[in-house]
Design a protein around this ligand. Structure first.
Ligand code: HCA
Ligand code: CU
Length: 315
């Protein structure tokens, strides 16, 4: 089964200038759940974030809440703290590219592998049941080392591997190659993909990852996130529903969710934003108007009513 992981409250909250209050976080997570998103990454596990405990408590009170996860650096204090919070799944994060391992951390590949093993042991001791490994900069990692890192994670008992295109350099074709290759090397392992939008490829790469064998794609509402952000929740949920035939998502809940996040983040929705932009169902070109009046399907991929929206014809 395919699913989406919403990381608006973790990656989205890293957007420069964006800061959500606890009340906003609860409202956003509830609205994400109302769309039917299967998993919500609610934040970064650190004792410095005092919102995490009340946020998790509030979300657990929902009727059949989505799976609630936390993102976590491989630091003992953070892992122990995550153990106190007991997320449904903990996403440990480590880099795989030489650039990140050496220039950023001044460490070696052996250090990364050892850190992974120690962190998994610590997480289990802290009572964490389900573990995911977030592989930072997987798109620029040497494929052999990436495979070794995944092997080590799987042997240690990590249930899910999430490959990140941290600087958004993949194309849909390259995403297919990356996922298909690792999926083939590690059959039976659950893969996820975290795509950034530096060249506007994030949503396309997310769908390519799912089509190539990943079970999960990361998304944020309105594509919030570092720099140009991430794959957009509204685009992937709608595409999976209207093109792939998924029955998991309630598209009439997308506009209220996007409006809420636009207000909370202070990032208004552009008029031509896919699906929820105020002008995406407007038309004034003679040829198109003629077609729309004959049969709306000529120039619309789906009826606007699916999104609780309306067509505007400007004569
Ligand atoms: C970041 C980290 C991350 C991690 C993704 C993951 C990335 O840059 O803040 O753990 O799956 O893009 O590499 O978001
Ligand atoms: Cu990211």
């Amino acid at each position: 089964m395919l699913g989406l992981i919403d990381t608006t409250l973790r990656e989205g909250a890293q957007t420069p200038g964006v800061l959500f209050t606890l009340a906003q976080k609860i409202a956003i997570a509830r609205a994400v759940a109302a769309v039917g998103i299967e998993e919500i990454e609610v934040g970064t596990a650190t004792p410095l974030d005092e919102d995490l405990a009340p946020l998790l408590t509030a979300l657990r009170e929902m009727n059949s809440p989505p799976r609630l996860s936390l993102w976590c650096r491989c630091r003992p204090a953070d892992i122990i703290h995550a153990g106190r919070l007991q997320p449904d799944i903990l996403s440990l994060s480590l880099p795989a590219s030489e650039l990140h391992i050496r220039a950023r951390l001044d460490k070696s590949r052996a250090w990364v592998l050892a850190r992974l093993e120690e962190s998994v042991v610590l997480a289990r001791e802290a009572g964490i049941v389900r573990l995911s490994l977030g592989v930072e900069d997987a798109s620029r990692a040497e494929p052999e080392f990436l495979a070794e890192l995944i092997d080590t994670a799987v042997v240690s008992g990590v249930e899910r591997i999430r490959l990140a295109d941290t600087v958004g350099i993949l194309t849909p074709g390259a995403t297919t190659t990356l996922i298909a290759r690792q999926h083939q090397l590690h059959s039976g392992v659950e893969f996820a993909f975290h795509g950034h939008n530096d060249f506007g490829m994030a949503t396309a790469n997310g769908i390519s990852a799912l089509e190539a064998g990943a079970q999960w794609a990361d998304v944020t509402v309105l594509g919030l996130g570092e720099r140009a952000g991430c794959a957009r929740l509204e685009e992937l949920a709608a595409l999976l529903t209207l093109v792939h035939g998924s029955k998991a998502y309630r598209l009439d809940q997308l506009a209220p969710l996007c409006t809420l996040v636009a207000q909370a983040s202070g990032r208004p929705i552009p008029a031509n934003h896919p699906l929820v932009g105020q002008a995406v169902f407007s038309c004034e070109t003679g040829l198109h108007v003629h077609g729309l009046l004959a049969d709306p399907a000529t120039y619309e991929p789906f009826p606007p009513e699916y999104l609780n929206s309306r067509r505007t014809i400007l004569l």
